[in-house]
Each structure stands twice: as C-alpha cells, then as structure tokens.
Design a protein around this ligand. Sequence first.
Ligand code: ATP
Length: 256
Amino acid sequence: MEPILSGKNLVKRYGRVTALDHCDFELYPGEILAVIGDNGAGKSSLIKALSGAVIPDAGEVYLDGQQVNFRSPIDARAAGIETVYQTLAMSPALSIADNMFMGRELRKDGIMGRYFGKLDKKRMQDFARDKLSELGLMTIQNINQAVETLSGGQRQGVAVARAAAFGSKVIILDEPTAALGVKESRRVLELILDVRSRGIPIILISHNMPHVFEVADRIHVHRLGKRLCVIDPKDFTMSDAVAFMTGAKEPPVLAH
Ligand SMILES: Nc1ncnc2c1ncn2[C@@H]1O[C@H](COP(=O)(O)OP(=O)(O)OP(=O)(O)O)[C@@H](O)[C@H]1O
C-alpha cells in the first residue's frame, strides 16, 4: 500500500536550531498514526511542514504519490489536509455554524451571491447540523449558539467535526485532549475513532500515552528532529515508548 501523505528528508532550521533534521514520515490510508516525542523534538515543525504552515528548507512532501509544494495552510486545505491546532482557531462570539464555515462561507446562488456576496445561512446551518449529528455531536442543541457557550470538549468536537467535514484526505490533530477533562477526552477519542471509521486517516500528536495507545494503529517516535522508529502499540508498552522518545532505551528497529 502506498502512503497517502509522506515526507522525505525534511529539513527545517530556525537560526542555529535544527527543528527537522532530514526527517522521513509516512501516513497510510485509513490509519490513526500517533506522533510522539519529547518537548522540542520537532513534532510541531513536522506537521507544520506537512500542512503548509512552514516551508521546509529541504526535502519533499507527497500527497497521493504526487509531490506538493504547499506555500501556506490554505494550499494544504485546498488539497484536503485539515489541521486542528490546540488553539482551535475559532471565534468564540460567532455561532457553531459560522465557525464551521469560517473562511469558506457558502454564498447564495445567483446574482445575490455572486455580486453582493450574500451568504447562504440556511445551507451552512443545515450542513453544520448534518456534520455534527453524523459524528454524534448532537448533544449540541443549537447550531446558532455561540462557541463561547460550549464546554472545552464540545469546542474540540466542533473543531474536529469541521476538519472531518472539509478534510477529504488527511486530518491532523495537535494535542486534541490536552486541555480536556476525563469525560471530554473520552468523547474526543471516540470522535477520532469515528472519523477513522469513515475512512479518513488521522495524524495525532499527543503527549498522553494512554490516549495514544488506546487509538493509534502505529506510533511514529520523533527524537532530535527526526523519526527514530515506528512502533506498533500492540508490541510495546507505554514505558517502552517513553524510553525510546527520551533516549533512555534504544528501539529494536530503527526507522532507517
Ligand atoms: N518559530 C520558531 N523560531 C525559533 N525556533 C523554533 C521555532 N519553532 C520551533 N523552534 C525550535 O525548534 C525545535 C523544535 O520545536 P517543535 O515545536 O517543532 O517541537 P515539538 O516536538 O513540537 O515540541 P513540544 O512538544 O514542546 O510542542 C525547538 O528547539 C524549538 O525551540
């Protein structure tokens, strides 16, 4: 099977810091791939390079086997890669429906939409409602409710639903459960599994080993700016994973 998204020899330097040091990466169709690593290992730099948020100094990114050169996250989004950052990029005062369409609002058909930019609120609300209920998020009663009235878990849910609605190829989640309580985290993990069952592969960056081991099909262990190894969570313990990523223990099989 060919990877849906891959990176080869990616390099990213910030002054004298090498955040990505000839890093390789592969995401396969339909999988949840966790990316773990110590603070500063370069995980964020990796997903940013894959999603157009930073332009690597060297190396290549391939989507569906074709080389891509994303100049911005907008390019990556247009190609079907959606990223949910911890900060969520939502406007708290706007409604759920408005947040789902932020930056890609639907306009009305015909003259009103084309020449006067009139938004098709009804179509956006219906779409938002459909997407949220598809993912079992209809504990949210009112699609016109402001995002600031939602709990942390519900907000994360809306952000994941938004990504799932538009991310036709790949969804990247950066620490989706970091700010959440036990119950809310559980809901978000279920949502991640739901998204996978719809056939969309997910990259999950997380420091939370129980969460990683619960949902990931494979784990990319990142260390000192590159992939150290990829492990199957069924073959290793959480302490093994932590030992590999901190350098306390050598992995049995290296990435290269
Ligand atoms: N914009 C930037 N300017 C300068 N240095 C940066 C910048 N972004 C990242 N770095 C450096 O690059 C290295 C890798 O950072 P990165 O954020 O990718 O790591 P990370 O694994 O995501 O860390 P964490 O788990 O702490 O979020 C770090 O040494 C960091 O200080």
